[in-house]
Ligand binder design. Structure first.
Ligand code: ME8
Length: 517
């Protein structure tokens, strides 16, 4: 059973910029976070899953100007798309934060005041470079070190010169405290390769960070210095706390802090693994337990971009493929943390072999035989044979291993392990040949094998349900028959033997029809 004994769990996605529509990359992080949240809830843990949008900053302001509309109108439009999209992919977020909301802005102002009161802020003059698409400051030296002049080392687009009065955060004070923290908390940053990357960066030295702008207005005003708006990353990172009610320490949801995991893409690791913990240290607040930076999706070998028009829009993908199948593919195809390439052909191949053939077949064959030979009703298990003991042991080991894999964000391993059990089940069908037992009138053995298959399937579907919630609801409805809708969780229903003699399964209805390539 789940190894995770803690009582609360808090998982977050990045809050996405509203300069553009959601695409495959945004879906990826959000689905992964959803699987973590669903798995924890299944394990009986009090869970909070946060996603939302990042509305402020120059990038959003410029995107709105280009459309000739106000930033808040652009934000409202894109927010409506996100809100319509997530339910289509069964995203079970408990909250959706907007950084334009009053409660968030109050949280940001409170964070600012805490930093200022701690002596971590001072006023100065910023004269260097800024990348608007990344909302990142760059020094002349950093630009030179990373190659081309005038180009952002991260996104390779043009940087602009900034010369203005600015507030600074004493980030340089946190070089050693951060290095000590990484050393003492080896699981703080995942995967390990990213942890090493961050440590090398911090070892190279940290400059104080410019944290306010006074040449545009689309942001949270600096308290007591109305000409300045707070740097969009200070604003955005604070969402993880403001959503819980910060600065009200006794707000009910504050029990979820510190977060168990911030899921992000590798593009925004520095902000989460350096700036955010340094800010929290300065503010005297507990740090999140883990930050995991996943890899980058390309599409048919190319980087997704607005100019190429090849960014896959999740809502349009649904015209071709079921949402749960996309969820499954994204987490199955590429080890979490690695880069991957999306193609519908690869998705269909994976689907046909693992879901249509293996899982679909196991469910259909098992339930069809149960109906054909036993009227859909489970009979008495007579013999405790070695093959059944091995089957139950395999399922129990799978439950442990899936839990461990999900708790280390190794989603592909969790799915691979579940799939191994499905293949084991199909082998059991072949080897025990229930159709032969039926012909021979060997009812005892027939009842035994059918029982083990159905009960095993139930536990497979339970483990798979965080990945494919609506497909698994359909499968569970067939397995549970009249008892469908019974609340399913691993704590109460994860053990072998919930189904008993006389249980009637529903007629099988195919859930994974083959797809044409
Ligand atoms: O960075 N492959 O927002 P954003 C995989 N507002 N994941 C991808 C991806 C791709 N090709 N493209 C985007 C921001 N993502 C800030 C975050 S958080 C306090 C503020 C995902 O709209 C991935 O999670 O640019 C990445 O980190 C995020 O979208 C960036 O979203």
């Amino acid at each position: 059973m789940p190894s995770n004994q803690q009582s609360t769990y808090y998982v977050t996605t990045p809050i996405y910029y509203v300069n553009d529509e959601p695409h495959l990359g945004h879906l990826y992080t959000t689905v992964a976070a959803d699987v973590l949240a669903r798995h924890q809830r299944l394990s009986g843990i009090d869970t909070y899953f946060l996603t939302g949008v990042d509305e402020h900053g120059l990038k959003v302001q410029q995107a709105a100007e280009a459309r000739g509309i106000a930033p808040i109108d652009l934000a409202d439009e894109v927010v409506a798309h996100y809100r319509a999209l997530w339910p289509k992919f069964s995203i079970s977020n408990d909250d959706f934060i907007r950084t334009s909301s009053e409660h968030h802005k109050r949280g940001v102002a409170a964070m600012w005041n805490r930093l200022r009161d701690a002596g971590a802020l001072y006023k100065g003059f910023y004269e260097d470079w800024y990348c608007v698409p990344c909302e990142t400051y760059w020094t002349e030296t950093q630009l030179k070190e990373h190659g081309e002049d005038g180009v952002c080392p991260d996104c390779r687009r043009s940087v602009e010169k900034v010369q203005e009065e600015s507030w600074f955060f004493r980030l340089s004070d946190y070089q050693q405290p951060l290095l000590d923290y990484y050393a003492a908390h080896p699981d703080f940053i995942g995967p390990d390769s990213r942890r090493n990357e961050v440590m090398r960066f911090v070892e190279g030295g940290l400059n104080d960070l410019s944290v306010s702008r006074n040449t545009f207005t689309w942001g949270v005003p600096v308290p007591d210095d109305a000409g300045h708006v707070i740097y969009v990353w200070i604003d955005a990172l604070t969402n993880y706390l403001s959503a819980l009610g910060f600065p009200d320490e006794d707000a009910e949801a504050m029990r979820f802090w510190p977060a168990d995991i911030h899921l992000i893409g590798k593009d925004i690791l520095r902000f989460h693994a350096i700036y955010w913990p340094a800010m929290l240290m300065a503010a005297g607040l507990p740090l999140p337990k883990r930050i995991f930076a996943h890899g980058w999706w390309t599409v048919d070998g190319e980087k997704m971009s607005k100019s190429k028009g090849n960014a896959l829009q999740p809502a349009q993908m649904l015209e071709q493929v079921d949402a749960d199948v996309i969820r499954y593919f994204l987490l199955r195809e590429v080890p979490f943390g690695h880069d991957g390439d999306f193609s519908f052909d690869a998705l269909k191949r994976r689907y046909n072999s693992e879901l249509a053939n293996d899982l679909g077949n196991m469910v259909n064959r098992t339930l069809s035989m149960l109906h054909k030979y036993r009227g859909g009703v489970l009979g008495v298990v007579h013999a405790e044979q070695a093959e059944y003991r091995a089957w139950i042991a395999d399922i129990e080991a799978m439950q442990q291993e899936v839990d461990a894999a999900i708790n280390t964000q190794a989603f592909h391993l969790a799915l691979e392990r579940i799939h191994q059990v499905v293949r084991h089940g199909n082998r059991m069908v072949e080897e025990s040949a229930p159709w032969r037992l039926a012909k021979q009138g060997d009812d005892d053995r027939l009842d035994s094998v059918l029982y083990h298959l159905v009960e095993g399937l139930r536990l497979v579907v339970l483990q798979l349900s965080p990945f494919m919630p609506s497909k698994c609801d359909q499968l569970m409805a067939q397995i549970m028959g009249e008892r469908a809708g019974l609340e399913q969780n691993l704590t109460h229903h994860g053990g072998w033997g919930l189904l008993t003699v006389g249980h009637r399964c529903a007629e099988p209805v195919p859930v994974f029809p083959r797809m044409e390539l």
